[in-house]
Design a protein around this ligand. Structure first.
Ligand code: SF4
Length: 218
């Protein structure tokens, strides 16, 4: 915390640390050191935001919709998020490769329950959690390096608790400093954004699944 306060003070005093291409590259190296499969610094204007991505949380309705604190509609509107993103110049995009592919492993139409069953069989949650830990660590490192307005976004829903307390129970988030929403929940078109970063995501393929997260660097 001492480091963070120091950066905040320096920023207030107009002595903000220099955000050079070298310090951006250092963050990508940090990502690899911490286990990222791939990490790249991208221009923030390459992040594609589209209201239709948020709409797909609701239609067809995801089981987390209005049941999870880090999922819609419990997040800021997409238009407001877009305004915030436009204030950033750079972002760090990171991927973690899981040890399963995205071929259809079902015999029938993929219902919510079937998806959950498949996920638990594939241990999909472990890769999501690994990505969440990576994003949290990188956001903290970025903060300490002077990117004090950095914000991390994960992939998939926040899985820090076996079951989210949800918005209606009146209980506070159990890990408020670690919980983060996903890129897609904020309306980011992850597929197009990854294409812009030359990190293509292949859907329904025999390639290993990659979970993607983003740290806005400011
Ligand atoms: S930390 Fe727990 S309570 Fe908070 S958003 Fe994540 S799952 Fe929900």
């Amino acid at each position: 915390m001492a480091d963070g306060s120091d950066h905040m003070r320096k920023a207030r005093d107009g002595k903000r640390p220099n955000k050079t291409s070298k310090s951006y590259a250092g963050l990508a190296k940090d990502a690899y050191r911490l286990g990222a499969t791939e990490a790249k610094i991208i221009d923030a204007d390459k992040i594609v935001i589209d209201e239709r991505v948020r709409m797909k949380c609701e239609i067809p309705r995801c089981s987390n919709y209005d049941a999870h604190l880090m999922c819609p509609p419990n997040l800021m509107p997409v238009r407001e998020f877009r305004k915030m993103v436009r204030k950033y110049r750079k972002a760090l995009i990171v991927q973690i490769e899981a040890d399963y592919d995205s071929n259809d492993k079902s015999d029938s139409y993929l219902t919510g329950t079937l998806c959950e069953e498949l996920e638990s069989r594939l241990d999909a949650n472990e890769s999501e959690k690994a990505l969440h830990r990576l994003v949290n660590k990188l956001e903290a490192i970025a903060f300490k390096k002077g990117f004090y307005l950095s914000i991390g976004l994960i992939g998939g829903e926040c899985l820090l608790c076996p079951e989210c307390v949800g918005p209606s129970g009146g209980e506070e988030c159990r890990h408020p400093f670690e919980a983060r929403p996903s890129m897609e929940a904020m309306g980011i078109d992850v597929i197009k954004t990854c294409e812009h970063a030359a990190m293509p995501i292949r859907l329904s393929s025999s390639h290993k699944v990659r979970w993607t997260g983003l740290i806005l660097l400011g």
